[in-house]
Write a protein that binds this ligand. Structure first.
Ligand code: SF4
Length: 311
């Protein structure tokens, strides 16, 4: 992207989605949950009330501008700084995509608001929807996700199940494994049973490879994820990007990199892997962006993470 965007970020390369343009409708860390593993840090506004958090007119105008200039992506994905279905009119983005492009649309949601028929109607406009399911009962749900008042495990599951019955697009479930919290075989077996009840088209097994919201939250190793993913059967894949193969390299645009880092603080190694570029090339770009005040560095666990300057 050639100009700075407020609501759009990327396109970022993705093994599954190709070049994915992100659309972010929610102020930073406004979410229905405060997940211990969240890579954006602790939720500053844990809320379940929906609203017009940003002007949809401005978002659609930005999309119009993007289409008129770059306009190239394989997917357009609603994701970013919080829970996208909190925006009362998030479905308008999918309508815009259908009306103006032949690009596939994707919704990444934690699924907590799918009990609301209006949210299900908006979500059903997306070609692909990914929901979260990493707990197996109320206690584990509270421990891992720390949801807003009134959001319970039963509400999450019943909403996701009704949505599955109504939705004819591709439904994925993301299972986020936190080492020592939901990684034990007997707990994973219970998660498998709940996930199977949703009859998803695919299952993505993930872990916290970026700095988590809560100190002490540990990622599972790649070997462990691979072993656990087998318990979910043939629809399961390990989604954590320990390394990427078969991706085309992408040119680094400072604007796209800023948009990505704002939503996903990351190491040089992780960013080089995202873009499938040599680490020294990525390192040089990051250093330049630190020198010019766009990014800041923070050391943790023996590695350096890059953050958006304002975070
Ligand atoms: S991981 Fe997703 S659902 Fe959980 S707090 Fe972060 S943004 Fe919200």
């Amino acid at each position: 992207m050639s100009k700075t965007h407020q609501y759009l970020f990327g396109p970022v390369p993705s093994r599954r989605l190709g070049r994915s343009l992100g659309v972010d409708l929610i102020p930073f860390k406004t979410c229905t949950m405060d997940c211990t593993y969240c890579q954006l840090g602790e939720t500053t506004c844990t809320i379940s009330e929906r609203g017009d958090y940003v002007s949809m007119q401005d978002v659609l105008a930005e999309l119009d501008g993007w289409r008129a200039t770059d306009g190239a992506a394989d997917h357009i994905t609603l994701a970013g700084s919080g829970e996208p279905t909190l925006h009362t009119h998030f479905g308008d983005v999918f309508e815009w995509v259908k009306k103006n492009t032949s690009i596939h649309s994707v919704l990444l949601t934690n699924g907590t608001l799918l009990h609301d028929p209006e949210v299900r109607a908006g979500a059903a406009l997306a070609d692909k929807v990914k929901v979260t399911l990493s707990a197996w009962d109320e206690a584990s749900f509270q421990q891992i996700h720390r949801p807003a008042q009134g959001i319970t495990f039963d509400l999450l599951i019943s909403g996701e199940r009704v949505f599955r019955e109504e939705y004819s697009g591709e439904l994925s479930v993301e299972v986020f494994i936190v080492e020592g919290v939901n990684s034990q075989i007997y707990n994973v077996q219970k998660i498998v049973e709940v996930v199977e009840s949703l009859n998803p088209d695919r299952i993505d097994i993930n872990t916290a490879i970026r700095p988590p919201a809560v100190k002490g939250i540990r990622p599972a190793t790649e070997d462990r994820l691979l072993a656990l993913s087998e318990m979910f059967g043939p629809k399961a894949n390990v989604a954590a990007t320990f390394k990427k193969q078969g991706l085309q390299s992408m040119e680094i645009s400072e604007d796209a990199l800023m948009g990505l880092i704002k939503r996903h603080p990351a190491t040089c190694e992780q960013l080089a892997s995202e873009y499938n570029l040599p680490e020294d090339q990525m390192f040089k770009t990051l250093k330049q962006m630190v020198s010019s005040g766009l990014l800041r560095e923070e050391k943790g666990g023996g590695v350096t993470y890059y953050f958006h300057r304002a975070d």
